[in-house]
Design a binder for this molecule. Structure first.
Ligand code: GDP
Length: 333
């Protein structure tokens, strides 16, 4: 019989046991915007923290239609067959109850979602990228505590969301399509700089030859790009999510990546850096909110803006003035 209300121990024990229903409810708690839920969620997370950190965290990005969900499903099924437990999360700051999301409400990854070894959770709805990122990071930790040893985090390139996902994962994969010229131009160089591997998907049928050409083009572009991970050479690979080719090779690449970066210490260094960056970005967001929500600051804001626009004071002076009336201790309550 399911309990209607779970207490802290129920959450901790249920997640640690790998109970999917409790895991789902714990994630809902993490995603809640109520401060009561927030506090409970943080206590649960704190107790589960010793069980986290053991999964391989993989980020996947690519334009809509590149075949990310088809690939994640095929890849995830392959890993589950090999005895892994796979959690798939999405980071999509455009997602909201009313607006719908780019990653879609379409029933995705049907065969994977039905497997007991897999757990699929869509992006928390709405909110700032910072808020979505915090929730996704904590969701990732809960999944690790529940025993998932491969976490796949999918994102569509919306604003800074690729950078955000890169900052949560060990290995970052860019999924692209074939097509010389135009489409290649469309890939932002900045995104290629984040990638530990580039997979040219849909390398099947009539498209195979074009895919091989594209692979060569990407390989040449990569030569001019600083590697995403020190000591690791990013390469372009061919795959077909539909024919399920190239996926075992991709897994092999990821395993070699893990072994190699573990050996050189880069793996641990990245994880440590990510934790501190996470703290810093939460401080940024928190202070930003305290400042802009502060009653005194809000009261002064209109006249200060006007003074800037009329040339009465410089923005720098305006900031100094607003900061002088802002009492951070009082704002933090
Ligand atoms: P996403 O938007 O990146 O998640 O892309 P989807 O996984 O939804 O795939 C978009 C379309 O491409 C769908 O119609 C898929 O069936 C198709 N597709 C995905 N992977 C492959 C592939 O490897 N080969 C071919 N031929 N089609 C594919």
């Amino acid at each position: 019989r399911r309990k209607l209300v779970l207490n802290e121990d129920d959450y901790v024990e249920g997640v640690a046991r790998g109970d999917r229903m409790t895991l789902s409810r714990a994630i809902t708690l993490i995603e809640s915007n109520s401060s009561k839920h927030f506090k409970l969620a943080q206590r649960v997370l704190q107790r589960l923290l010793p069980r986290t950190g053991n999964a391989l965290r993989i980020g996947i990005t690519g334009v809509p239609g590149a075949g990310k969900s088809t690939m994640i499903e095929a890849f995830g099924n392959m890993l589950c067959d090999a005895g892994h437990r796979v959690a798939v999360l999405t980071v999509d700051p455009t997602s909201s109850v009313t607006k719908g999301s780019i990653l879609g409400d379409k029933t995705r990854m049907g065969t994977l979602s039905r497997r007991p070894e897999a757990f699929i959770r869509p992006s928390p709805a709405g909110g700032t990228l910072g808020g979505v990122a915090r929730k996704s990071r904590e969701t990732m930790l809960l999944c690790e505590a529940a025993g998932y040893d491969v976490i796949i985090i999918e994102t569509v390139g919306v604003g800074q969301s690729e950078t955000t996902v890169r900052s949560m994962v060990d290995f970052f994969l860019l999924v692209v399509l074939t097509g010389a010229g135009d489409e290649l131009q469309g890939i932002k160089k900045g995104i290629m700089e984040l990638a530990d591997a580039i997979v040219i998907n849909k390398a099947d049928g009539d498209n195979l030859i074009k895919a091989k050409v594209a692979r060569g083009q990407y390989e040449r572009m990569i030569e001019f790009i600083r590697p995403a991970t020190p000591g690791w050479e990013t390469h372009a690979y061919l795959a077909s999510a539909i024919e399920k080719t190239g996926l075992a090779e991709l897994w092999e690449v990821i395993r070699i990546f893990r072994d190699k970066t573990t050996e050189t210490g880069i793996w641990k260094k990245r994880r440590d850096g990510q934790l501190l960056d996470w703290m810093n970005s939460m401080i940024d967001e928190h202070l930003h909110n305290l400042f802009f929500d502060d009653a005194i600051v809000r009261g002064r804001m209109p006249e200060v803006k006007e003074a800037i626009l009329s040339g009465g004071i410089s923005p720098t002076q305006a900031v100094a003035e607003l900061l002088s009336v802002f009492d951070v201790r009082q704002a933090a309550g």
